[in-house]
Design a protein around this ligand. Structure first.
Ligand SMILES: Cc1cc2nc3c(=O)[nH]c(=O)nc-3n(C[C@H](O)[C@H](O)[C@H](O)COP(=O)(O)OP(=O)(O)OC[C@H]3O[C@@H](n4cnc5c(N)ncnc54)[C@H](O)[C@@H]3O)c2cc1C
Length: 257
């Protein structure tokens, strides 16, 4: 740490476009906070990245100074792994761009984006990424790297099923594309392996058409009718495409395709 606080820290600052925060700096206290307030960890440095180049600089600095690394996406993980004591927190929360390609029904999203950043942009095109979770302030990165289960997953799969490619900064400071055709083993690893293979700076997902109106809500029934309604739900919630046609008890007939 002594080395980092002298010329190595100057080197990090010189190459960095975002913010480099030390414990005495304004913004350090809020930047180290994560969703699970039970964790009160204090990194030696917080590197608030603006682009992939910053992530490379931060990873190289961590490796050269033998520092523990914690990558922060949305900071929503209940295990608190987005923040560490004494090491370097590579904070991607300033990297939240989302770019939809409606023609190919794909979307590119930065590694620090939250679900509502992603959903609000895709929704403008009548699209959604299946596997995006149910709480809008969850991070896309941690969710997708762990699998990613959301509202429409039963019909369209997990986030990792819909991942086309990712840009990954590995521990040796290289920037790699991971896809079925390029670095396929890395692609396999990041689809469920969490942040253990590198820092993901962007993801490209396949989208499905949905909306623009989406209906949702609670259905509350009497306990005595549970058997009847659970049987109805079992049939109604079958995988789409089976073309089932059912009449729920005490309801008007509906078609479910
Ligand atoms: C209230 C709540 C609701 C949830 N709902 C759902 C849900 O509906 N569906 C679902 O699938 N999951 C859900 N989860 C779980 C959630 O997906 C995970 O906690 C996920 O890790 C959060 O991602 P994050 O980016 O916000 O987390 P972070 O805390 O930032 O990171 C989590 C892990 O991923 C690593 N990481 C983060 N960003 C990157 C990156 N860019 N590159 C490499 N590694 C990175 C971190 O180092 C850490 O190990 C929920 C969690 C909570 C607390």
């Amino acid at each position: 740490m002594q080395m980092l606080q002298t010329e190595r820290l100057d080197e990090l600052r010189r190459l960095f476009h975002g913010e480099v925060l030390l414990p005495a700096d304004d913004g350090y206290e809020s930047a180290r906070r994560i969703w699970n307030g039970m964790f009160d960890r204090r990194p030696a440095v917080i590197a608030r990245c603006l682009n992939t180049g910053d992530v490379v600089t931060a990873v190289n600095s961590a490796r050269e100074n033998d520092l523990l690394v914690a990558a922060k996406g949305g900071g929503h993980n209940s295990a608190g792994n987005a923040v560490c004591d004494d090491g370097i927190m590579i904070d991607l929360s300033l990297m939240r761009r989302v770019s939809v390609q409606p023609e190919s029904r794909t979307v590119r999203v930065d590694g620090g984006a939250l679900l509502h950043d992603l959903d609000s942009e895709t929704h403008r095109h009548g699209l959604a990424v299946s596997g995006g979770g149910i709480v809008s302030h969850t991070g896309v990165a941690g969710l997708a790297l762990g699998g990613g289960f959301g509202w429409i997953s039963r019909a369209h799969g997990l986030a990792v099923d819909n991942l086309v490619s990712a840009e990954v900064v590995t521990g040796d400071g290289r920037t790699l594309t991971a896809s079925a055709d390029e670095n396929a083993d890395l692609f396999w690893g990041i689809r469920g392996g969490g942040g253990n293979f590198g820092v993901v700076t962007s993801f490209q997902f396949r989208c499905v058409e949905i909306g623009p109106s989406v209906y949702s809500g609670l259905i509350v029934k009497r306990f005595e009718d549970a058997k009847e309604y659970l049987a109805f739900h079992r049939d109604y919630a079958r995988w789409p495409g089976h073309g089932i046609s059912i009449t729920p008890p005490n309801h008007t007939r509906r078609e479910c395709t």
